[in-house]
Design a protein around this ligand. Sequence first.
Ligand code: BTN
Length: 335
Amino acid sequence: MSSRETVLSLLRREDAFLSGQELSRRLGLSRAAVWKAVDALRKEGYEIEARTGLGYRLTSAPDALTEAEIRNALGPTVIVGRELRCFEELDSTNNYAKTLAQSGAPDGTAVIADSQTAGRGRMDRSFQSPKGQGIYLSVLLRPQLPPDRLPPVTALAGVAVCAAVERLCGVRPGLKWPNDPVLQGKKLCGILTEMSLEAETGLVPSLVLGIGINVGQRPEDFSPEVRAVATSLLQALGEPVSRPRLTAALLEELDRAYAALLAGDLSEYLAAYRRDCVNLGKTIQLIPLGGGARETAQAVGIDGEFGLVVRGKDGKERSVRSGEVSVRGLWGYVD
Ligand code: BTN
């Protein structure tokens, strides 16, 4: 650990003032090294009060997506988040995680950026990723499962986002099928899963699960088209939310979801998805992704593979899959 890290961890542990002498004695550092570390921490946004005769006390930590801030809030996880790679800026955390996959990075490695210059969404859309306002995270997974066991990954991630937001903010988002967490009828988060297939084994050697959560954006921070359908936690709750704490809660929830996927027991997640899905019981429009006429149908259920069960005008029920159609409410993004 660097001097900066040891000073920070001691200041975090002690709620009281610690004199420079005490800090240097307990950490085995010179007084000058302690002062330098305090100065560096302040430059990073830590507020450290200094009182003559008393010493230093940490009064607040920055809302920074750094390894130090995320780890400080992160409980034990088995696989997801064992390794964290944090960046101020990347083109896309999914792109970076894919490069890591090729260089042999371990299962569960999480890549986190404070901003993305080319954030990607589904269907070749871009994902607006302004600095300091969202969480842009990709997790590299190596499930060693056949591709037919993997379609639920994105749905599990949707449930994990809902659970993390609920734990931290006390409000549970809904899920717009197939996997958009929503609050107050607007999109809060986007999820993009990308996987590769190994021809010899028929297994998926690596999969990148990318999640972008809108945390602190104000309406004017979105482009007009995105503003019409998107929200942030700040907008929906009216108060700021700590990005490192939410990131830590999300990594913990993703770790639990990944364990369920590997164990092949998705019953808890199916039940949660069915409770969270905001489309059920509503009249929706099915928009074929390959083009063609839109169809109006009733959303009546979620099948065992997280497909949407719809009842058409003819009264017949069938399941639709996320690669086939997208879904809209009759009056807006969700109704
Ligand atoms: C969508 O709603 O279309 C999916 C958006 C996914 C955005 C996230 S942000 C982190 C990761 N990196 C990317 O480039 N995309 C995903």
